[in-house]
Design a protein around this ligand. Sequence first.
Ligand SMILES: C[S@@+](CC[C@H](N)C(=O)[O-])C[C@H]1O[C@@H](n2cnc3c(N)ncnc32)[C@H](O)[C@@H]1O
Length: 303
Amino acid sequence: MTTLLYGRPPVVFDPPGDATQTSPLIPDSAALEAQDPGSADTVMTYAPPGVLERRYVLALALRALKVGGRLDVMAPKDKGGSRLGKELKAFGVEVAETAKAHHRRCIVFKPETAEGLDAAIDAAIAAGGPQFVPGLEAWSQPGIFAWDRIDAGSALLAEHLPPMKGEGVDLGCGYGALSIVALRSPAVTKLKLVDLDRRAIRAARENVTDERAKVWWSDARTLEAKGDKDFVVSNPPFHDGGAEDRRLGQAFIRKAAELLKKGGVAWVVANRHLPYEAELNAAFKRVRLVAEAGGYKLFEAVK
Ligand SMILES: C[S@@+](CC[C@H](N)C(=O)[O-])C[C@H]1O[C@@H](n2cnc3c(N)ncnc32)[C@H](O)[C@@H]1O
């Protein structure tokens, strides 16, 4: 019996304890992309919020299922849940839909044949898969942070970053935008790129081929830190408002300080409304507000 799980559904949906996790946001999980077509009995999916990303995951889940296999997918109503039923029907399958705990839940049994199913699966996989983004001139994928544009905060950091030297870390590297800038300095000897998102890691490996760079799929919060790095660049993850997300950014700042040697420097950009000053002042010897623009502030912090 092959049971796959994508993401972490709330406990009210009774997620299977013995399933194979396939979320790209959980380091060391399996890849839904790598599952043999027609091999899974059940797939439970906590659907992601982005449309292309969600349709991609639904398509991969439908492809992985055997005929008669069960897709059980849910999402918060205001984060794609209200569109789930329609999106699944667009694959040509029958959908049973219910509402629970501010979520919509859809159940699909994979049919033996359905008009257009294979073509719809292929189209959604192509639209949501890894791709070279013209204009960005980089490999990326829907679901990666700011996947098809340069984030304004990252642009502010890139604009002000002086040439770095020695060994550094790009904490939360995404598809590699800040690493590409940091590596322009010939005085950089090594750069470690770290991100929680496997899709970002895959893209960063395509985009940053410089042999000084190493790309790691890992949670920054549990990254081993020896206090031997010369610099860190980071645009820490955030989401509007939530206390949990502030803690994530604050953890990034503490990790940046742990990674650095005395005199090492962190370049950190953040949304203006995020309260990072106290964390920066506590972890670093000297903190300088370098620039403030477009709703972002950029700090240079010396350990
Ligand atoms: C604001 S984005 C910046 C991305 C990239 N540096 C850029 O400039 O485009 C923050 C990044 O942190 C990653 N991230 C979120 N939580 C993380 C964690 N616990 N450990 C490592 N990376 C994480 C996200 O996947 C995202 O790529």
